[in-house]
Design a protein around this ligand. Structure first.
Ligand code: HPA
Ligand code: MG
Length: 227
């Protein structure tokens, strides 16, 4: 995580692709998406192809910085599974096709803090017992979305307690929120406005993970899947 005084190459690359507040997204009918969500979305915010292209570049940045190390990739479930799988895939391709290679182990942790589109206070960390394998290792935490950064801070404190050698964080999305903790991932895919997005494994009450694009949910979609 890049603290304000952070001193690593990754921090310099900053905010990733910055999506402005007035970005309306693309019209839904310009893309394909599952018919069962046809009433539930307002727009395609980040098309799947763009996510993949950006992920490819993040993989290269990670490889440039960490290549020839051994790392443990720590995937933050559930939302991070797709980004993590695609990022690991891209790093694998680079390891086959360049002189550098990155030996990766992949581990999983599950965090839960959202109900409907609101963050709740109690953060549950599930599957943390196995983190003793992180001792002395270089850890790459892979998260789908960082908003206030508080979840990330809690997780970092937890991971640090297992005494890894180094921790880096890759976040596909960073939300511009007023109450940001100032803790940002070292590798950022996109900086987005403070809107609730779904798709590419990001959910609203467990729905919309089966959507390739990152989309904005409609009011009727929110009502339909409210708990
Ligand atoms: N979408 C889905 N899950 C989330 C979001 C979001 O915008 N922000 C934090 N968790
Ligand atoms: Mg969720």
């Amino acid at each position: 995580m890049a603290e304000p005084s952070g001193n690593n190459k990754a921090a310099d690359r900053g905010r990733g692709i910055v999506i402005p507040d007035d970005w309306p997204g693309y019209r839904l009918d310009l893309f394909t998406y599952p018919a069962h969500y046809s009433e539930d979305l307002d727009s395609v915010y980040i098309p799947h192809g763009v996510i993949m292209d950006r992920t490819e570049r993040l993989a290269r940045n990670i490889m440039d910085d960490l290549g020839d190390h051994d790392i443990v990739v720590l995937c933050v479930l559930k939302g991070g599974y797709q980004f993590c799988a695609d990022l690991v895939e891209r790093i694998k391709v680079l390891s086959c096709n360049s002189s550098k290679s990155l030996l990766m182990r992949v581990d999983f942790i599950r965090l839960k803090s959202y109900l409907n589109d609101q963050s709740t206070q109690d953060l549950q960390i599930i599957g943390a017992e196995s983190l003793s394998v992180l001792s002395g290792k270089n850890v790459l935490i892979v998260e789908a979305i960082v908003d206030t950064g508080l979840t990330m801070k809690t997780l970092l404190t937890h991971v640090r307690s297992f005494r890894p050698n180094m921790i880096r964080v890759a976040g596909l999305l960073v939300k511009r929120v007023p109450n940001s903790s100032g803790c940002l991932p070292d590798y950022v895919g996109f900086e987005i406005p403070n809107r609730f997005v779904v798709g590419y494994a990001l959910d609203y009450n467990e729905y919309f993970r089966d959507l390739n694009h990152i989309c904005v949910i409609s009011e009727s979609g929110k009502q339909k899947y409210k708990v």
